[in-house]
Design a protein around this ligand. Sequence first.
Ligand SMILES: [Zn+2]
Length: 490
Amino acid sequence: MEGLLFFPQPLPDESIYSLAVRYHRLAANISYRVTSQELFGAYSRTCGSILPCCLGRLSQRLGTLYSVKDLVDRFTLLPLYRPFVDDVKYRAAIVAMTGNDGTGLKMSLGITASRFLRHASFRYCESCVREDTLRYGAAYWHRVHQAIGTCICPLHRDVLWAMTFPDGADWRCMLLPAEAGGTPVLQSPGETAAGSIAKMQLWGLENPKNVQSLLAGDFLRCRLDEMGFIQSGRTRERMLKSFLGPRLLCGPPAPEFQEITHSSDWIFRVLRPRGVVQPLKFYFLCWLLGLDLEQLKLFPPKDALHSVNLSCSNGSANVANKEDIEARRSAFSSSSNLKCHEKPGYMWLYRHDREWLAQYVALHPFIRSRGELINWGARDSALARELLIANERLRSAEGKPQKVTRAALCRLVAHSHDFLRKPNHFPISIKLMEDLLESSHDHQVRKIKWAVKIYVLDERCAKSVVYRFSGIRVSQVSDGEYSSLLRSRA
Ligand SMILES: [Zn+2]
């Protein structure tokens, strides 16, 4: 395989596409096709992508200059995704980028499903263009500017511009930044969220291992714990949603953010990931939780904390860390009347200061406050009295006699809810209720007595008339009883 006779000296954070454009210019090639053939030994359709393919051939042509891994790490955006994908997927991505066919690569990294790609553009910072031209003699495409969700230059805090390739062409026309017209990707410069996210993305791109440590240390969960969104080891989802709702509206007004600011559902998928988390979602969530790059950098990785803990026990701890640990211990131990899982900083101490936590919990067992015990006996007696009164009220109510039923009695007493749900606490009342309930026969007898009295009925009246006045359709009263009821009137 032919080696390349020359290749541009890579500039800081330069993308593969940018190198290809500068090579194209130096070689004075007439088309992208020629350049692609020379660089990649094939016609690459992904040279302008954030995850370009054909890197195996390019690495071979560059001799010992760069391995495929070097090319991927230095000139593509895969390192930004590295912390969020498992080893198998990462290796598969490298294989795809080594070969000529990158089909399915973006899909496997969840980029296609995220719908962010539809808002992708070739972005540049005007200040970078000026400075790069002065310093290096040419502007070039910065890798981080192409990361999805980067709207502001992390170095200059200027809003990035999206370049429009002329005459409907695409990146194959091999242009460098600002060589065609562009439009700003944000209308409001100095946007705090966009600036903070851009800085975090640049750091994540350059330090994938540190981001891996954050994820391994359950960074976001620790933050939620600090903010009081974790209780008994569970996320207080409703509370978190109501906190994030207004904050989501303060997200950068760029199109890719509009894919995720209309709902907070994606946040729980970032907190409990099943697939690949999009870096933008992770860093945006960091911002939503009030975090910035400095706090990401300060989060101690597990190993470091382990050594801090060890040194603590040896009495030679780092002062800052020692103070931090003391502050957290003090906050934890001063929150009495809470279960240990609910005390502030439990998650943090569990992860970073477990020995002390175990000792503290062993020495301070949680004693559940039993509060005022309910005197069920007194409540039962009171209810029984109420039932007697209710029974009296029902039976003495004016108008046609109302049947004394369970429902009618319950409507007239306090604690009827407890009474129905916890019957074993009310033995006296339950027994009394059984005695008070009126049978259909007794109710009909009461109704006949009432009709006889109200309508002045006697034995001369037809039985059907008496029953009609009494509101009885099917009689359960015997003839003898009926006669004696009518006679009692006389
Ligand atoms: Zn810049």
